[in-house]
Design a protein around this ligand. Structure first.
Ligand code: CU
Length: 233
């Protein structure tokens, strides 16, 4: 029995079938492993996180790369030393660490920094693996400026990325009284007041972002009117 069943009205026949399939899948998984039996030697790796990210040249990817070591019965294997290597051309980045050991859940991770190439591939393997797995990441140049519309009642776009040293301009396009109040980040920048955004005084204000990190801001007049500027190298 599901702990929190959906109202029957939203359970179309298709949705009901999906729920049944899901429950059956969990049931089969729960019964397939004999928990008293230790896993056998590792046979393969499966990617469990960090593949196919799009991020910026010479920056660390937001999500670490992770793999799970599996034995012949697809049980996770702890204690496997996984070797990570950038397999694309020179200048396409680096992984750190270059070796990591699978934990109690069979998972090993590394951090991955992009270089200056558009495509970066990283392999994960261990001695005797059937075939190494490959992560493929996409690099691009970060934007060198940003523009945010201050609307009724949201920021558009709410979340932007710029390179260090870039200026971001907030321009009032709505009619309500708004402000830009920085609430967290590497530095708390000066608040942009309603008067700053009123037409003609001027209609927009700019802040320059010198330090890498994520700056969060809000309009204090409207709940859930939030935005962020992520600054990369
Ligand atoms: Cu507002």
């Amino acid at each position: 029995m599901l702990a929190d069943p959906l109202p029957s009205a939203v359970l179309t026949p298709m949705a009901t079938r999906r729920v049944i399939t899901l429950v059956a899948g969990v049931w089969a998984w729960a019964c397939s492993g004999d928990s008293t039996q230790p896993p056998g030697p590792p046979l393969d790796l499966t990617k469990t996180g960090g593949d196919a990210q799009s991020w910026y040249f010479n920056n660390r990817l937001p999500t670490p790369l992770s793999v799970t070591a599996l034995d012949a019965s697809s049980r996770p294997v702890p204690g496997v030393v996984v070797t990570w290597a950038v397999t694309s051309s020179a200048g396409s980045g680096a992984v750190n660490p270059q070796q990591s050991t699978t934990d109690a859940s069979g998972v090993a991770t590394t951090t991955d920094s992009l270089g200056s190439s558009t495509i970066q591939t990283v392999s994960a393997s261990f001695p005797g693996i059937q075939s190494a797995v490959t992560f493929t990441e996409i690099g691009s140049a970060p934007p060198t400026s940003g523009a945010v519309d201050v609307r009724d009642d949201n920021f558009n776009l709410p979340n932007i990325v710029v390179q260090t040293g870039s200026a971001v301009t907030w321009t009032k396009t709505g009619l309500h009284e708004h402000n830009v109040t920085f609430v967290s980040g590497p530095a708390i920048l000066a608040k942009i007041f309603e008067a700053d955004l009123d037409a003609g005084t001027p209609a927009s204000r700019t802040r320059t972002f010198a330090v890498v990190g994520t700056y969060n801001y809000s309009c204090t007049n409207h709940a859930n009117m939030n935005g962020s500027v992520t600054v990369v190298h």
